[in-house]
Write a protein that binds this ligand. Structure first.
Ligand SMILES: Cc1cc2nc3c(=O)[nH]c(=O)nc-3n(C[C@H](O)[C@H](O)[C@H](O)COP(=O)(O)OP(=O)(O)OC[C@H]3O[C@@H](n4cnc5c(N)ncnc54)[C@H](O)[C@@H]3O)c2cc1C
Length: 384
């Protein structure tokens, strides 16, 4: 390889690709190496909910910047973004209280949201069960993207219009740095050169620096997902988050009543055992994506999570979903799992190896929401 890049990014998921977007915006010469023909990690297996409303203050800031970035790109190139807002649906008085407290926090932060009465929820969200919902909190600025499409279109946009060099089927297997540059060796024998390397390897902890990752506090989370058949004559707008999400998402941990409400929860329930909360999103074919569950393993030990899908978890999620929405059909057309990485004690894993090699991974369950905003700040830090 003759080209020497200013920045070479390893991993073409959402975190790596948005770093490329911001680096290209600074006029840098950038390449991405992706081990697969097309990225197929967590970035392609999720809901595609871009929900800064669910994040703590720090990540809501990044999420709001992400909304700006998604909307800006969507104006010139279709990356599958739709702005239909997000809603949190409370199912009892405790959750109603948390919604009211979060609305007050968002007012202080100048982040638009509005409380919806039960009647407003029922009229806005067809099929929502009157015996489930008490009130809702709606975030009009929030968007969804299609996870099976977004990253491929974003990469295409960067390749066609921003001069990104993208190398598919190119797995980085080792790096060597000297005072001037980094040499990146690949499984296919080609060698790349760059002034800086950023590793955004998602949940692959066996290829590069396996010892470093094994000794870190990174862990893997396996999430099961379901997709119904297309729903006849039925529209469910935006991201739908329900009572268990109110009890799980970081944003609510900043509400004054959160700790007391959590302390009262029964630790011995299926939702606690499998880390289940129920989210809905309608895909463009009219189907409803619903999930999800959380099971954990140490970094580099993905095999401990098994390769199958636990039908007890799926059946539990469907039964819970049926208590919330009467969908025209609950016939399932697809089931899958995704794995993301997260730190036990930090909100993201950032490490430097010498002067020129940087690692950013472990963004957890907030990557579709936080990556575009976070990576802007991170690129500014890396390139002063
Ligand atoms: C089921 C599920 C639902 C989710 N829902 C949401 C949601 O609605 N909203 C939200 O904000 N977040 C959601 N998330 C989280 C989000 O999907 C992740 O945070 C995000 O996709 C992580 O992106 P990433 O780029 O770090 O990792 P990945 O998407 O895993 O990308 C890493 C990439 O690096 C490549 N790679 C690894 N090692 C190498 C190497 N040595 N050489 C070359 N390439 C390499 C891999 O092939 C892969 O393409 C969800 C996650 C899951 C699993």
């Amino acid at each position: 390889m003759k080209t020497k890049y200013d920045l070479l990014i390893i991993g073409g998921g959402v975190l790596g690709t948005f770093h490329a977007y911001h680096a290209l915006g600074k006029g840098l010469k950038v390449a991405i190496l992706e081990k697969d023909n097309r990225p197929q990690g967590a970035t392609t297996r999720n809901f595609g909910q871009v929900v800064p409303s669910g994040m703590n203050t720090k990540w809501q800031h990044y999420g709001r910047e992400s909304l700006r970035v998604y909307k800006e790109i969507q104006k010139t190139f279709d990356i599958s973004m739709r702005q239909n807002g997000s809603v949190y649906l409370a199912s009892n008085e405790e959750e109603v209280q948390l919604l009211e407290e979060l609305a007050a926090i968002n007012k202080q932060n100048a982040y638009p949201s509005s409380l919806l009465t039960k009647a407003e929820c029922l009229s806005k969200y067809p099929g929502l069960r009157a015996d489930y919902v008490k009130t809702g909190l709606f975030f009009p600025e929030e968007v969804t993207v299609e996870p099976g499409t977004m990253i491929h279109r974003l990469l295409k946009y960067l390749i066609d219009f921003k001069k990104l060099d993208f190398y598919a089927n190119t797995q980085a297997i080792s790096l060597e740095q000297n005072t001037e540059e980094v040499h990146i060796n690949t499984a296919t024998g080609s060698i790349f050169k760059a002034a800086k390397v950023l590793i955004c390897n998602g949940s692959d902890f066996k290829t590069l620096y396996p010892k470093l990752f094994a000794e870190s506090d990174l862990q893997l989370s396996k999430l099961q997902m379901l997709q119904t058949k297309p729903q006849p004559n039925y529209k469910l707008p935006g991201s739908i988050l329900t009572g268990l999400s109110i009890r799980r998402y970081e944003a609510f941990a900043e509400c004054p009543s959160f700790a007391a409400i959590k302390a009262k929860e029964n630790p011995d329930t299926p939702e606690k055992k499998w880390g289940v909360h129920i989210l809905f999103k309608q895909a463009t074919d009219g189907s409803i994506i619903l999930g999800d569950s959380h099971e954990y393993a140490d970094a580099g030990r993905a095999e401990d999570l098994g390769y199958g899908l636990n039908m007890d978890i799926d059946n539990f999620m469907i039964a819970e979903a049926q208590k919330i929405f009467d969908l025209p059909t609950y016939a399932i057309q697809d089931r899958w799992y995704g794995i993301y990485s997260q730190c036990k004690t930090r909100d993201i894993y950032l490490e430097n190896i010498g002067e020129r090699i940087h690692i950013a991974t472990g963004i957890g369950g907030k990557g579709m929401t936080g990556s575009a905003g976070f990576s802007k700040e991170h690129i500014n830090t890396l390139f002063n």
